[in-house]
Design a protein around this ligand. Structure first.
Ligand code: CA
Length: 373
């Protein structure tokens, strides 16, 4: 089985650069009927598009290399992949919309499926990388991209490119820290030459998440970033929060009721010309605190912490960006504070529970002797 197992990274012809039998369709012609795309099966109007190709005066966007595919109304492409049954896989792909304002793309590994909204543009390049996760319920899965839209112009529809897959693992919970993957080092495949990070759309099932341990609760995405292209506080990966309170990540952690914990995290600037101020709202159970990033000359991040008393056996830890930030160079690409190295640790009970009491005891003894003397 290992022989056929797909390694992490691009899937066969996931970049659509493999030359089809008979060559790529020439420049500006729209192909009627199914196009033969190596390694893929297709249905409906699936068109190979080339960089520089125009449609109605608009240059079509090809995210990577020279070629990509566009899915017309109700069109789909699919590919079978050998996988490991029971494992969680994350699929990374790049997508752009063409004509419609309400384009969306359905990504599925039947029976599971997820629809990605392409309405929001997160940057001015006109395309974004996304990642979605699936559980393999057999040792072969079918990856399907579908355009479920019905536009008047059948050649409209999302453009997709640069498809990769990665088997995820859930890191062990560190000793003395209740967070899983709080340093974000485990996550989806990141294309090496792409400087846009990878968007993580809504994900409500913490068991099947491109970011193991974490949920993206909101209807807007958060951005998974790498240290090759961004300032990352710890290790090689971190999260950039986008879209104010429309972009929320959360994790349920195990806690002991009535015990005092310290939630600490790094908050920083991604080094992407994001316009300040940057701040996060941090939640631990029913407590919330607003933390502003303070720029220091020698560091791109700072460590913040807050104490909370657990009320239950599970406590929700969550973050969103206080502001709706954009980049100063283009004024429209979405950006925000960077989060990393999140820890939830039981506070030293002596210091926190008896600290105040101990001080009062000292004062009481002092008063007692003062009165005696
Ligand atoms: Ca990290």
């Amino acid at each position: 089985m290992g022989l056929f197992m797909i390694p992490p990274g691009p899937i066969p012809n996931g970049d659509f650069e493999t030359i089809p039998t008979g060559g790529f369709p020439s420049g500006e012609s729209v192909v009627d009927g199914p196009t033969t795309i190596p390694n893929w099966r297709s249905n409906g109007t699936v068109e190979m598009v080339e960089s520089g190709q125009k449609q109605g005066g608009m240059i079509l966007i090809v995210p990577q290399g020279r070629h990509a595919v566009r899915l017309g109304n109700d069109a789909e492409i699919r590919q079978d992949l050998k996988v490991e049954k029971g494992s969680i896989y994350s699929v990374t792909f790049s997508a752009a919309r063409t004509c419609a304002q309400l384009e969306s793309l359905n990504v599925s590994v039947p029976p599971a499926s997820q629809t990605i909204d392409l309405q929001t543009l997160y940057n001015v390049e006109g395309w974004d990388p996304y990642a979605v996760a699936f559980e393999a319920d057999s040792d072969e899965l079918t990856l399907v991209f579908t355009n479920q839209g019905m536009e008047d112009d059948p050649t409209c529809g999302p453009i997709i490119d640069d498809i990769a897959i990665k088997k995820l693992f859930t890191p062990d919970r560190p000793k003395d820290n209740a967070m899983v993957n709080g340093d974000f080092e485990e996550g989806p495949w990141m294309p090496k030459n792409v400087s846009l990070g990878v968007l993580l759309p809504t994900n409500l099932d913490e068991e099947i998440s491109s970011l193991p341990g974490w949920n993206v609760e909101s209807n807007r995405a958060v951005r998974y970033i790498d240290s090759d292209h961004y300032s990352v506080p710890e290790g090689k990966r971190a999260i950039e929060l986008l879209s104010g309170k429309e972009g929320i990540i959360s994790q349920m952690v195990e806690t002991s009721p009535n015990k005092i914990y310290s939630l600490s995290f790094a908050i920083g600037h991604a080094g992407d010309k994001c316009k300040e101020p940057l701040a996060v709202m941090a939640f631990a159970g029913d407590q919330a605190q607003n933390i502003h990033y303070m720029r220091e000359s020698n560091s791109t991040f700072q460590v913040a912490s807050l104490n909370f008393t657990a009320k239950a056996e599970r406590t929700r830890i969550a973050f969103y960006s206080v502001y709706y930030n954009t980049r100063s160079d283009d004024g429209s690409s979405l950006c925000g504070p960077v989060l990393d190295d999140i820890r939830v640790m039981a506070s030293s009970s002596r210091r926190n529970v008896f600290g105040g009491f101990g001080l009062r005891l000292v004062v009481a003894i002092w008063v007692f002797f003062y009165v005696l003397v």
